[in-house]
Ligand binder design. Structure first.
Ligand code: NAD
Ligand code: UDP
Length: 310
């Protein structure tokens, strides 16, 4: 089995490459290194079943593969808003190029979609049937609408060209190999706590998120790829919900830091709540996250400590 992982040098992508190789499969990792790093996959470079290609998914490519995991897209607001037009192109043209390849070679293809397709949700928790509340002209739209359009393309290629698709909607996931300057809340808080800096809570910190540990997420993602019951979309995330202030407190306790919390302005269109309804994933995969926030932090903090020390 030959897998193509676009965005394979990023946080989730590099862990996915590890997992697929552990299963004895071949992996082609394709990445333009915008937010990905060679260091995330350097340990795989000597593996004869692993291949690394520097390429941008916006430009077409030809490969012979059995499975395509389409993860290429910056995921943190800081990075996806850096060049919003490029972000929209990456989602749209990346999906078109990957789907075209899947159609040509008969590969099964999975899209890494996101809870952001639900926008600032009025339904809580969010089931897959909920159609979302996204501002189409806001600062987050390049990402949210880009991912929504990619889902549209996936389902049209499925209906029109019988492409064998899978779509997962990923909720906030964290773990080792997130970038220290990624801007996402878990990495920001850990790095700030380790440096003894104030923790930057945006708004009053009453907004909620549900945090999934990377190992759980990948088990679900590969599970969805390999099951035959549904093409999706399937929500993947940890349904345990925390306010951002609660997260900050947990990080301070775990790091053993006496840093203070300071309130920064809330970014525009920041969703007020988010929690996945994972009934479908439970039903089709018997999947449920095993690593809770505290244990996930215990596994993630040493990564950032080592990063800062080096
Ligand atoms: P990440 O930024 O670490 O990884 C994205 C990877 O895609 C990077 O390696 C980057 O260099 C690469 N990339 C970006 N644009 C590209 C392009 N045009 N061509 C080729 N490669 C490109 O982010 P991540 O957290 O690992 O997210 C991976 C995927 O999962 C993304 O599609 C993201 O939208 C999705 N997702 C992640 C989360 C999460 O909480 N981590 C939540 C929802 C969805
Ligand atoms: N956030 C925060 N401080 C930070 C970074 C983020 O309070 O230093 C908040 C952010 O406003 C949002 C939540 O944490 O409400 C999650 O942000 P993240 O960027 O990690 O993910 P997303 O908003 O895409 O869920």
């Amino acid at each position: 089995m030959v897998n193509l992982v676009t965005g394979g040098a990023g946080f989730l992508g590099s862990h996915l490459c590890d997992r697929l190789l552990e299963r004895g499969q071949e992996v082609i990792c394709l990445d333009n290194f915008f937010t990905g790093r060679r260091s995330n996959v350097v340990h795989l470079l000597g593996n004869p079943k692993f291949e690394l290609i520097r390429h941008d998914v916006v430009d077409p490519f030809k490969l012979e593969v059995d499975r395509i995991y389409n993860l290429a897209c910056p995921a943190s607001p800081v990075h996806y808003q850096y060049n919003p037009i490029k972000t929209a192109k990456t989602s749209a043209m990346g999906a078109i190029n990957c789907l075209g390849l899947a159609k040509r070679v008969g590969a099964r293809i999975l899209q890494a979609s996101t809870s952001e397709v639900y926008g600032d949700p009025e339904v809580h928790p969010q089931p897959e049937e909920y159609r979302g509340n996204v501002n189409p002209i806001g600062l987050r739209a390049c990402y949210d609408e880009g991912k929504r359009y990619a889902e549209t393309l996936f389902f049209d290629y499925h209906r029109e060209n019988k492409v064998d698709i899978r779509v997962v909607r990923i909720f906030n996931t964290f773990g080792p190999r997130m970038l220290a300057d990624d801007g996402r809340v878990v990495s920001n808080f850990i790095v700030q706590a380790l440096k003894g800096e104030d923790l930057t809570v945006y708004g009053d910190g009453s907004q909620t998120r549900s945090f999934c540990y990377v190992d759980d997420l990948l088990e679900g993602m590969i599970g969805v790829m390999e099951q035959e019951k549904t093409v999706g979309p399937v929500n993947l995330g940890n349904p345990n919900e925390f306010t951002i202030k609660e997260l900050a407190q947990r990080v301070l306790e775990k790091v053993g830091s006496s840093s203070k919390l300071i309130e920064n302005p809330l970014p525009a269109d920041d969703p007020t709540q988010r929690k996945p309804d994972i009934s479908l994933a439970k039903e089709i995969l018997d999947w449920t996250p095993k690593v809770e926030l505290e244990e996930g932090l215990d596994r993630t903090i040493p990564h950032f400590r080592a990063l800062l020390e080096s």
